[in-house]
Design a protein. Structure first.
Length: 152
């Protein structure tokens, strides 16, 4: 391994610590009640900018529907794929959030057990969409809220 790729890998943490997992029932309820979502098939990602009880900028949860996947083995496999893809690509969110904190929940909405590449591609395309939506949600300045003069 050359030194440049080793240095760039050291700058990013590719682990998924327990504190990065979304487990607070209050935050999860608030996330689904007030959060925004994006659809990047086969995933639906629900997110909410909020205060988290951790130093990490993002806490994430993962799920697969019991309605679509009756056997726990299949649901666990899908959640393992979701966690792995999130773990490797969370830096996309971390790099853009700066001092904000975000709660996200990744739901698998497909009907069949996916290949890892399908999940990975959805995560890689979905995270930039989240960043764009968060950028649009910034409070508007007085200049942006002014309406156009109808006399013009």
């Amino acid at each position: 391994m050359n030194t440049t790729s080793a240095n760039s890998a050291n700058n990013k943490s590719f682990s998924l610590k327990k504190a990065e997992r979304l487990s607070s029932k209050k935050i999860i309820d608030k996330l689904f009640a007030e959060g925004d979502s994006i659809l990047q098939y086969p995933l639906k990602i629900v997110f909410l900018k909020t205060e988290l009880p951790t130093k990490f900028p993002v806490q994430a949860g993962f799920t697969a529907s019991k309605r679509n996947f009756k056997r726990a083995v299949a649901r666990n496999r899908i959640k393992r794929l979701l966690r792995e893809s999130y773990r490797l690509h969370k830096h996309i969110l971390y790099d853009q959030l700066h001092d904000r904190q975000l709660a996200i929940f990744i739901l698998y909405i497909g009907k069949e057990i996916p290949q890892y590449t399908a999940v990975e591609n959805a995560i890689k395309k979905g995270f930039p969409k989240i960043v764009l939506q968060l950028a649009d949600k910034k409070p508007k300045t007085p200049l942006q809220t002014e309406t156009k003069n109808p006399e013009e």
